[in-house]
Design a protein around this ligand. Structure first.
Ligand SMILES: Nc1ncnc2c1ncn2[C@@H]1O[C@H](COP(=O)(O)OP(=O)(O)O)[C@@H](O)[C@H]1O
Ligand SMILES: N[C@@H](CC(=O)OP(=O)(O)O)C(=O)O
Length: 833
């Protein structure tokens, strides 16, 4: 369709949303932007579309509330709301730098309109009913006042003869056909004719129309609106009518962002977005632009680019929404952003009697349509055993009622086992033109949700493959958005960290220093921001609201600065959880740097809340069996949603290796429990057997020495047989286990290619820095999804060895029974040393 108004000179359209016109200063900012558009090099004519005053509360919401109060005859509600509307506008007008007479005119206009509104409300009160036509009429007044205010500001500020400012009530020109229920079509020809009068050129002057957004007239000449947030749509309708060269939507953010910035910190401005991407993002809840806005711009010949810019940062280029191909080829990522629709409900129809039965879908959708219930998302299992729909939460009760009625027979006969409704839910959508040419997008999307322990209720993918969407529980929506956003590397993944210290603080402080030193590097290399939120020992707790790094000096008060404050009310590590835990964060982690049995008692509780526990404290797995079992029950498992329990530091130290084992660790641990207990006298009897064992051990060490051998503690894992043994082994002088330096550990791998001469990995496994870096390695591995499933995730170090080895042996030096005890305890912890 060709463009409609014959205009001499080019046109640009600017739209200021409610966020841009929320105060007198903001109207001035808009006026400056409008003036600089008029002063642009092509000296364009400008059509400026204005929304109602925003801020809290939004004018449009207040006006709709008035109708709602009237329909329940709430006089007090009406009076209070009228007062708020009046105060909001008069406060703004009284501080505008415009002539007094203009100020009076504006106040007179608003007072008169409010009187008209009150008259209309009387009818609503009498009828106790709020017809949609009356809601449209009343809710549109905000735009009328706002456009009048901006016209007054422009006329007052730029009075010279270069410009002609024309206020335009869009209800006089924008004509929509509403004869089909719930459908509006723009009547282009009529609107075009009506607009001529306002767009007509004036010699030597640029024309600036200041028009009301949101409002229009129907074919009967009655006031209507283009729907909530419809001013964007008004702007692009004007753009098409005027054959504008560009449409600029001014709002309070820097452009279209990769996600709602209020929910995903780190959301990025998208420089280029295609019309289709913008439509999908908007449809799935990206409030920055109304989904219909793109339509008139696409239909124009040539298509009109839409720019999203920030009223409060006008020099920033913002986002350009335009035709597709150019944009996504230049972008290196297939997904451009994520959006969500909240307050949804999921309706699920399930039953074996539905399989192959014709007409179920027709009756289902027909019934919902007849009840005016809009279906936003549909998923059907290919077995036809179940159909799942997403609808608005406010329609959920009606849907349940009408569906029970229409399928009452099938329910009685158990052909449909149940019609269930889950609410509140949110739809999470990934959008991007490049998705159709890229494999693995869905895999990455759903793994990210899985990693963040988000239960996906249903899935849908449009045939355009520009969108993958799924439904999650409402409470998990923000966490879901953050998880997928980070997974596609549109922002970094944040991890909230708490650190529990022992009283001497040594390992804890080494970890804090390391986290501070490495934070920037980790961010660059892995897109992970490790934010320390809280640090505690048994008598002190320090925390920060923002997350950052803390030095040893800040922690122990010896010097340095930072955002950390002391939580005076809660001084012990037990309260750490309340600071660390954040439902919306995908990763909440507590590092236990103590060797304290009391701290290990907190592990099950932390795990149950989904906090990942990375522990250098092996008391949890080596001490009381009840505690160990409780940890196993609460930690993440195939059927459990708890946090991961990462304790490799207790067993592998900082050796650069990790293992993935298929064995049932729980079973191994519970078998070895008694055997090892008997053998090494661990647990309660330790003190009783210590002296005897000391003597026995000293004798054995001496015997070995006489035979020119040394005694070593060796754990052997036979991968082929699936067995584990932990015993003393005599090795000759010169054996790799014999010459192990203090604080080192050694692993020998026997594989097919290393059967005679095993592959040997040896190195420092103790020391504060090493242990701290092993703790951090566990964290990074967890964040990158490298943790093996199972009751006790086994991640940590850098290299992963799958089942390449047929057996491996780990040797450790024994100097005293204390060493023995530690090694034995470690054997319990992870069956390695
Ligand atoms: N993907 C997104 N990109 C940019 N903003 C978004 C996105 N999703 C949601 N928003 C929100 O949209 C808001 C702007 O829309 P809105 O409040 O309707 O503005 P206006 O009043 O200017 O029309 C922003 O403040 C932002 O919080
Ligand atoms: N004022 C109307 C129309 C609109 O588009 O407003 P905004 O530009 O502030 O989203 C509304 O609140 O629905």
């Amino acid at each position: 369709m060709s463009n409609l108004v014959d205009t001499s000179g080019s046109w640009e359209v600017l739209k200021f949303g409610g966020t841009s016109v929320s105060s007198s200063e903001n109207y001035l900012k808009c006026a400056r932007i409008l003036a600089s558009a008029l002063e642009g090099s092509s000296r364009p004519n400008v059509c400026c579309v204005v929304s109602a005053m925003g801020g809290k509360p939004k004018t449009t919401d207040l006006l709709l509330n008035l109708v709602a109060f009237a329909s329940v005859r709430d006089e007090k509600g009406i009076d209070e709301t009228v007062q708020i509307v009046m105060d909001k506008h008069s406060k703004c007008i009284s501080t505008l730098s415009i002539p007094e007479s203009e100020r009076e005119n504006l106040l007179r206009l608003i007072t008169r309109d409010i009187q008209d509104i009150k008259d209309v409300l009387k009818t609503v009160s009498l009828m106790k009913w709020k017809p949609s036509k009356i809601q449209s009429l009343v809710s549109g007044y905000g735009e009328v006042w706002s456009a009048n205010i901006l016209t007054a500001v422009m006329k007052g500020t730029y009075p010279d003869g270069h410009y002609v400012f024309r206020y335009l009530d869009a209800r006089l020109v924008l004509c929509v056909d509403e004869t089909v229920e719930d459908e509006q079509t723009i009547v282009w020809e009529d609107s075009s004719k009506l607009l001529q009068e306002y767009s007509s050129p004036v010699d030597d002057c640029q024309v600036c129309i200041i028009a009301t957004g949101f409002v229009a007239r129907n074919t009967e000449g009655v006031s209507t609106t283009l729907g909530r947030d419809g001013s964007d749509y008004s702007a692009s309708i004007f753009g098409k009518l005027l054959s504008a060269s560009a449409i600029y939507i001014y709002t309070d953010v820097d452009g279209v962002l990769s996600a709602d910035p209020r929910r995903v910190t780190g959301a990025k401005v998208l420089g280029e977005v295609s019309f289709n991407e913008a439509m999908e993002l908007a449809y799935f809840g990206a409030k920055v632009i109304h989904p219909k806005t793109m339509q008139p711009a696409i239909l124009s010949n040539p298509p009109i680019p839409i720019f999203i810019r920030n009223t409060f940062n006008p020099s920033f280029r913002g986002s350009r929404i335009f035709t597709s191909s150019l944009t996504h080829k230049e972008r290196d990522r297939c997904v451009c952003g994520f959006a969500s629709i909240d307050n949804m409900a999921v309706v699920n129809l399930e039953g074996s009697g539905m399989v192959g039965v014709k007409g179920v879908s027709r009756r289902l959708f027909g019934t919902l349509e007849a009840s005016g219930i809009n279906v936003v998302l549909i998923a059907q299992a290919s077995s036809e055993h179940s159909i799942t729909l997403a609808i608005s939460e406010r329609d959920a009760d009606d849907a349940k009622r009408v569906l029970h009625d229409v399928f009452s027979r099938e329910l009685k006969l158990k052909h449909i086992s149940d019609i269930t409704i889950e609410k509140p839910c949110s739809i999470i959508a990934a959008v991007g033109d490049g998705m159709s040419d890229t494999t693995g997008v869905a895999g990455k999307f759903f793994s990210a949700l899985g990693e963040s322990k988000i239960n996906v209720l249903t899935i849908a993918q449009g045939c355009s493959e520009r969108n993958i969407s799924c439904v999650v529980r409402g409470a998990e929506a923000t966490r879901a958005l953050r998880a997928v956003h980070a997974a596609f590397r549109l922002s970094h993944q944040s991890v909230r960290v708490g650190v529990v210290m022992s009283f001497e603080d040594s390992l804890g402080c080494a970890l804090l220093e390391l986290l501070k030193k490495q934070r920037e590097k980790i961010m660059v290399a892995f897109d992970i921001d490790v934010q320390v939120i809280a640090v505690a020992n048994e008598s002190r707790l320090m925390y920060t609201d923002n997350g950052g790094s803390i030095t040893k000096g800040v922690w122990d008060g010896s010097g340095g600065s930072g955002d950390f404050k002391e939580d005076k009310g809660a001084k012990v590590y037990k309260y750490l959880k309340s600071h660390v835990l954040c439902e919306d964060s995908g990763y909440n982690i507590i590092f236990d740097c103590t060797a304290d049995a009391d701290v290990s008692l907190c592990h099950p509780d932390w795990l149950a809340d989904g906090i990942h526990v990375i522990t250098a404290n092996n008391m949890g797995l080596s001490g009381d069996k009840v505690l160990r079992e409780s940890i196993a029950r609460k930690a993440y498992g195939p059927m459990r949603r708890g946090g991961r329990y990462l304790r490799e530091v207790c067993v592998g130290g900082s050796l650069p290796l990790g293992m993935e084992a298929d064995w049932d660790l729980e079973r191994i641990l519970s078998c070895s429990d008694q055997a090892l207990g008997r053998k090494f006298g661990v647990s309660e009897q330790w003190e009783h057997v210590k002296d005897r064992l000391d003597e026995e051990l000293a004798a054995r060490v001496a015997e070995c020495r006489a035979r020119k051998r040394v005694l070593r503690h060796v754990s052997t894992i036979d991968v082929g047989k699936g067995t584990v043994s932990i015993k003393f082994v005599e090795v000759p002088y010169g054996h790799v286990f014999a010459i192990l330096p203090p604080g080192n550990a050694c692993v020998r791998f026997f594989t097919q290619t290393h059967s005679a001469n095993p592959l040997v990995v040896q190195g420092q496994s103790e020391g504060l820095e090493n242990t701290a870096s092993a703790l951090l390695a566990e964290c990074l591995n967890l964040m990158q999804g490298g943790v093996a499933g199972g009751v006790f995730g086994n991640g940590g170090s850098n290299t992963k060895l799958h089942r390449t080895s047929t057996s491996l042996q780990l040797g450790g030096k024994i100097n005293s029974t204390e060493d023995l005890r530690i090694k034995a305890v470690n054997s319990f912890g992870g069956f390695m040393f």
